[in-house]
Design a protein around this ligand. Structure first.
Ligand SMILES: Cc1cc2nc3c(=O)[nH]c(=O)nc-3n(C[C@H](O)[C@H](O)[C@H](O)COP(=O)(O)OP(=O)(O)OC[C@H]3O[C@@H](n4cnc5c(N)ncnc54)[C@H](O)[C@@H]3O)c2cc1C
Length: 427
């Protein structure tokens, strides 16, 4: 069996790896020159497996509204969310579906489905780490969700408690307890109310993971073609034809679209509707140097909607959402200033030591589905599969999504039931 996988991010490479394990002949195509140059490059590195909450939370509409107002008043670069008026028409049809799913029932239902996939991913990754001796700055640090007021902490704890019945391990910490487990927050202590601790959450660098799997699979005979852009996909009765920008045509038994936020355009040319929209986010990777009070946990700050993660020798700060389509791929200095300000709120003395030239600012596009869960599996067009729409949880769910889809394509009895995530649910 020959399969073409489009996209060499977390989802494409994980799918390709497990397909190869099943003896499938795989070719991976990517428009970039190297693996993981899309959203999988500089994300937060947080395996948010305890409470992987989707973005379609009740109340998201007011967040969109404030994002739009921020852009109108020129404060877009100085706030967590922005939505320039000029890009809103591009979000219209996706946005209506997304907002119709922003209710408590769908949100909680999606949260539990995300959690199941995240937990499965955890077990797949544990096996993979051992089998391939992978090393991508993994940490078993646990995560802390910190709060600046009791009401927000109580609201969040109520949601987290709903996952207890599904095996989530958590503790509520008051400020003193928080400082005991996470002394790095001492300078921000006066601002903080407390935290929820998830000891089972973990971290890792997804770019290195992709690069390592790429190297391993290539050495075992997988074909990678970088720097080629797919312009057409056509399904025939028993095969697919994939056309590249330069006119070259490739033929395979099936194709997997794992092209992140670009899956929408690729799907369209194949006759497959893929309702994903890009939410641009940013990260900074700051060398921690000799800092002797480094964070011990991943710390997500619900006040600023950003998180920090000690990844190897760097502190990775990630956050913000811009609904700007695929435009605005660059990084502007005002946004970098804003992000540095967020780190300063938690670690002012550390920020004073930062050399701005070393902080490697990055921006990428989260592929958001309309109902907060990814689209995985066969589509209404024969021989074409999807593995996309993981939003802000693609790292948390990547390896498991790849394994489960590879099992389905290869016709291997599945370890994990994908019916909750089926791409066929797209109407
Ligand atoms: C700021 C930020 C922070 C995040 N933090 C976290 C986190 O802490 N934890 C977590 O779980 N998730 C996080 N995420 C989400 C996660 O990074 C994504 O869900 C994940 O990377 C998506 O992977 P992907 O493989 O679907 O897409 P991508 O990594 O974007 O890969 C898609 C690939 O398809 C290629 N492609 C596109 N079109 C074509 C074409 N026509 N022809 C050939 N190739 C094509 C692209 O070049 C790209 O390499 C974050 C995302 C962002 C932006």
């Amino acid at each position: 069996m020959k399969i073409i996988v489009i996209g060499a991010g977390i989802l494409g490479i994980s799918t390709a790896y497990f397909l190869q394990k099943h003896g499938v002949e795989v070719t991976v195509l990517d428009k970039e020159a190297l693996p993981a140059r899309g959203a999988s490059y500089g994300n937060g590195g947080y395996f948010q497996s305890s409470v992987p909450d989707p973005w379609n939370a009740p109340g998201i509409f007011s967040m969109f509204l404030s994002a739009w107002k921020n852009s109108l008043t020129g404060k877009g670069d100085q706030s967590a969310f922005s939505a320039p008026t000029s890009s809103l028409p591009g979000f219209a049809s996706w946005g209506l579906d997304f907002l119709s799913n922003a209710n408590e029932k769908t949100f909680l239902d999606s949260l539990i489905k995300n959690r199941n996939l995240a937990q499965y991913t955890r077990s797949v990754l544990d096996d993979l780490n051992v089998a391939e001796a992978l090393s991508y700055d993994q940490s078993q640090s646990g995560s802390l969700i910190i709060f600046r007021d009791q009401a927000s902490m109580d609201d969040y704890a109520a949601i987290a408690n709903l996952t207890l019945g599904h095996g989530t391990n958590l503790s509520l910490l008051n400020r003193d307890e928080l400082l005991q487990v996470e002394p790095s927050l001492i300078e921000a202590a006066d601002e903080l109310t407390g935290a929820v601790l998830f000891p089972d959450d973990h971290g890792g660098n997804s770019r290195i993971y992709c690069e390592q799997l790429c190297e391993l699979t290539r050495a075992r005979g997988m074909a990678y073609r970088f720097g080629v852009s797919v312009s057409q996909i056509a399904s025939r009765n028993s095969h697919v034809k994939v056309r590249l920008d330069d006119g070259e045509e490739l033929i395979a038994d099936a194709a997997v679209i794992a092209a992140g936020t670009w899956s929408r355009q690729l799907g369209r040319c194949a006759g497959v509707r893929v309702p994903v929209a890009p939410a641009k986010g940013y990260s900074l990777s700051i060398p921690m140097g000799n800092w002797n009070n480094r964070p011990r946990h991943i710390i997500a700050d619900m006040g600023t909607h950003a998180g920090v993660n000690p990844l190897g020798d760097t502190l990775r700060l990630a956050g913000t959402a811009e609904f700007c389509g695929h435009h605005n791929t660059g990084i502007n200095e005002a946004r970098v200033d804003y992000l540095i300000g967020l780190v300063r709120e938690l670690f002012p003395s550390f920020v004073d030591t930062i050399d701005r030239k070393t902080i490697d600012p990055w921006g990428g596009f989260r592929p958001l589905s309309t109902d907060g869960i990814p689209y995985i599996g066969k589509t209404r067009v024969s021989n074409i599969y999807l593995n996309t729409g993981h939003g802000g949880l693609g790292w948390t769910q990547g390896a498991g999504s790849g394994k489960a889809l590879a099992d389905e394509i290869a016709g291997v009895p599945p370890e994990f039931d994908l019916s909750d995530y089926a791409a066929l649910r797209i109407r």
